[in-house]
Design a protein around this ligand. Sequence first.
Ligand code: PGA
Length: 253
Amino acid sequence: MPIIAGNWKMHHDHLTAIQVVQKLGFRLEDSDYDRTEVVVCPAFTALRTVQTLIDSDKLRIELGAQNCHWEPQGAYTGEVSAPMLAKLNVDYVIVGHSERRQLFGETDETVNRKVKAVLGNGMTPIVCVGETLEEREAGETDDKVRGQTAAAFAGVKAEQVAACVIAYEPIWAIGTGRNATPEDADATIGTIRATVRERFDAPTADALRIQYGGSVKPGNIGELMAMPEIDGALVGGASLDPDDFARIVRFWE
Ligand code: PGA
């Protein structure tokens, strides 16, 4: 099943989050959820509110967080742990988003620890990988995503990897309005899948879902989803508006 996830980043307080999720709930039909999984990833302060709304309105939207710490508890001022998220019925946790790697010092090693914490608490990581513009121009895209993929899943069991989600997000395409061509995105996602096949096995690589992310819009989602390797999308800016996000969810239209 494809998976379309909205990464709200540092947008929407808990009050606007209610309006956005209610509108999204009105716009989506049961038949839409039968064709694709729909995830929203609000800021920490809106998680509880969105979870309550999803439960009370029996919405089939799934809840995601944007980050977590790898330790279950402790003296880590300002951090939120995986067990805390699991208690809120969070299903997915974005791990290693390029903004966290570039702005908040996240490394392949911390990504790996977070992946294990998320899995260990019964949630699914959405592991972000992707190259910078300089790396792309130097022909280093494949090496970069291969390295990030291998590091993220080091020491993780194949059956757990099979249930994970990877988001391939070329950094130069995030928030720039400049998306990768469907062919380029498909080729790099194929490389990521090949890495999983080599490190684990073919059934694991086939089962794992790999999203594309970076300037996904209602106008380009159709051609991206038509590519054989692309199993979904991680959507930033265009997920903030429930009308746009609903159109992206219905990528087949
Ligand atoms: P964008 O962000 O859709 O605004 O480019 C994608 C992301 O960073 O997940």
